[in-house]
Design a protein around this ligand. Sequence first.
Ligand code: F6P
Length: 313
Amino acid sequence: MPAIDPAHIPAKLFPVIDALCTTGAEVSRIIARGPLGQALGAGVGENSDGDQQKALDVLADEMFEAGLRGAGVRFYASEEQEEVLSLVPGGRYAVAADPLDGSSNIDVNVTIGTIFSVFEAKEGADESFLRPASEQVAAGYIAYGPQCLLAVTFGDGTQLYVLDPDTGAFALAEEKMALPEAASEFSINASNRRHWTAPVLAYVEENEAGIEGAKGKNMNFRWVGSLVAETHRILTRGGTFLYPSDARSGYEAGRLRMVYEVAPMAFLVEQAGGLATDGVTPILSLSAEKLHERRPFVFGSRQEVERIRKLHD
Ligand code: F6P
């Protein structure tokens, strides 16, 4: 039995999406058992970029690699692997993933997720991923939260599925998500305030001034620390997210990775009617030059993302 209702999924992509859903449902079961299973949040080392790896990061990576191999995927690029892996010679697709996003939230039972991006494979492993984000043929996330959800786009709107615990398969919940144009919430890691650039500080101060300020309305502040959870909230009820570049060493291009975090979220957000930029330039017009490169990321409700771009002018 397929792990997802095939009705709204392009037939050629179905095996890949089905494999992602089968694996996502297994990961979701492991997460749901929490401390009754293995120590998922235990530190087990560092990835190539110096980020701490948790046991669940490594486990999820192995599970998605195996699932995608079974679906005939040619190349797999993962946050947890330094180099692109060649899986099935001649396979049609190249899949990039952050197998477990938000790993600092594993042990505290807060929503975490898997983010993925799909391209038609080229001959070379690296060139399959280092290309304009607009060439993605599918992108999405699986959110492991109170519900296990899949948000996915194939370039014709953003669809939302829910993992039905009774059937074990993802069922369509919304055929076209619509991200509200205006926002009353914004998200940024405020502990980095002293390192921000002037336009970012100006935007936050404008929001803090609320109804008494130039904006003339109150804005609520939210920060979960899981990109998947933050994106899902914004897709559902609007808002803005910023992970800008800042003055800390190593944060010259922000924190988030272009290939398997920023590009897929930008595709999903724009397909739902929102905007996604690096502060100024649309993400979908940009390419990564290195597999693990970072990119400043601003996305969400159109009016707010436009306002942030103006503040950068
Ligand atoms: O890369 C991952 C991530 O954990 C995102 O899920 C999240 O948005 C961000 O980093 C959190 O960053 P910070 O550690 O600055 O709160």
